[in-house]
Write a protein that binds this ligand. Sequence first.
Ligand SMILES: Nc1ncnc2c1ncn2[C@@H]1O[C@H](COP(=O)(O)OP(=O)(O)OP(=O)(O)O)[C@@H](O)[C@H]1O
Ligand SMILES: [Mg+2]
Length: 309
Amino acid sequence: MRVVSVVNYKGGVGKTTLTANIGAEIARRGKRVLLVDLDPQASLTLSFYRPEQWRQTLQPSQTIKHWFESWRPRGKLRDPLELVATPARANFWIPGSGRLDIIASDLTLSEVEEDLVVAAHGAAGGRSGRDFLRVFGRLRDALSLIPAGEYDFVVIDCPPSFGMLTRSAVLASDFLVIPAKPDELSTVAIEHFVDRFAYFGSVYDGAAVRLRSADPQDRVSAVILGVVFTMVRFQGKAPILAEQIYIDRHHAGVPAFRGVVRENHSFYADAASESVPLVLSDRAPRLNVEEMRSLVTEIIGRIGDPHGD
Ligand SMILES: Nc1ncnc2c1ncn2[C@@H]1O[C@H](COP(=O)(O)OP(=O)(O)OP(=O)(O)O)[C@@H](O)[C@H]1O
Ligand SMILES: [Mg+2]
């Protein structure tokens, strides 16, 4: 099982859209994929479920919040598979043995994040280093309870920040993908992310070494696969020059994917209300579908064979 997180500090750069399409495309190719919506905004969840469906069927007992909340003293940990839902409309378009599941989010996940900060650092700073390691590892532990062979890929949609939730996702991940718009602020955000990621790795791994943890999971081992440029404006067959300049820049040593996601306001706005990602939609423009599919091929190419563990 490969775990990929889609991350960027910057809001509105296409993280959720990319997460939904990477997951859907891999499932369309016959793999079993679990999406995890780690953003309190719940945009990923709402790109598969109508708000009333989410409120009635998932929010009461089937969201990622319920996993984090089951970490109570003397509480019983939830089985992560009990939290999994299978969005019917999207799966209707997935042929054969492929499957696309999701662990939904909840608007109050931001309160969970506050609890995680307290649990990791201690309200009065009195917690042990082991608590620090364990709290960051809660999402990783959830994924490690999933039986081997249940999923080929897990794709996690992160909130636009580098708080506890995103850091838990980073720790649980084998790979990271960074979507960015080809503009000044988004490309600065890439460098900032790479910097904070390295710092988190040094703090976390440093704590693990000090505590003599021999557990190989107690290390930040995620590899940044690359930057995906999103919402790119084209003139003819190529991005407009003003955006190509940002695509060609050096991004803190992170390679950009050759494939980009071009801007298409009318389609992406409709796709959310259809509950079917672009790559599964029979109404999506072929050009955009082909572009997204070849980007996913490139991402999988950088990941390598999912059965190679
Ligand atoms: N290629 C695209 N062209 C036009 N609009 C797009 C494209 N990709 C995404 N969008 C739209 O842009 C908005 C932001 O996209 P998305 O929600 O995927 O970004 P995000 O990075 O997850 O945002 P947030 O940081 O708030 O979680 C959405 O309304 C989405 O429909
Ligand atoms: Mg999002």
